[in-house]
Ligand binder design. Structure first.
Ligand code: TYD
Length: 133
């Protein structure tokens, strides 16, 4: 997803993501970023029950693999700060730092709540089956 509407000229670019817009279908309640991560490191390994997020690699190169628990698995490389990746609830994510010191900025729809995490893959699959039923 293109994050900008923004502005770009010979002095550089500015990228804007406003809540409840065509870019971002939720109000932003939390912003955080991960940095100081070495090349090759894998993070994530969880899903959320309710949380929606927009992931932006503001510097470097990061591969995000999304798994919907129903057989759809896709990998997306984030290496352009003008782009954001929307990740909805009930999506298992694995995040690989392709370049050391890449910075991953996350805009989130909810405050931090550990009970919203599903950190075990089998529990995630069970959660998806429960949702279908
Ligand atoms: P986590 O969301 O698991 O990040 P990653 O998948 O990138 O490793 O969070 C890592 C740790 O940080 C975990 O112990 C929870 C804590 N944390 C907070 O306390 N508040 C937050 O807003 C976030 C995102 C994480």
């Amino acid at each position: 997803m293109q994050c900008c509407p923004g502005r770009s000229d010979s002095d550089g670019a500015i990228c804007v993501a406003e809540g409840m817009s065509s870019v971002l279908p939720f109000e932003i309640k939390r912003v955080y970023y991960s940095y100081g991560v070495k090349e090759g490191i894998l993070r994530g390994f969880h899903a959320h029950k309710k949380l929606q997020q927009l992931l932006i690699c503001v510097y470097g190169s990061i591969e995000v693999t999304l798994d919907d628990g129903r057989g759809m698995i896709e990998s997306i490389i984030l290496d352009n700060p003008a782009n954001g990746l929307y990740v909805g609830p009930s999506t298992w994510r694995t995040i690989k730092w392709l370049k050391g010191n890449s910075v991953l900025l996350v805009l989130a729809s909810e405050h931090y709540d550990e009970s919203d995490y599903i950190r075990d893959y089998n529990n995630f699959l069970a959660w998806r089956i429960k949702q279908e039923g």
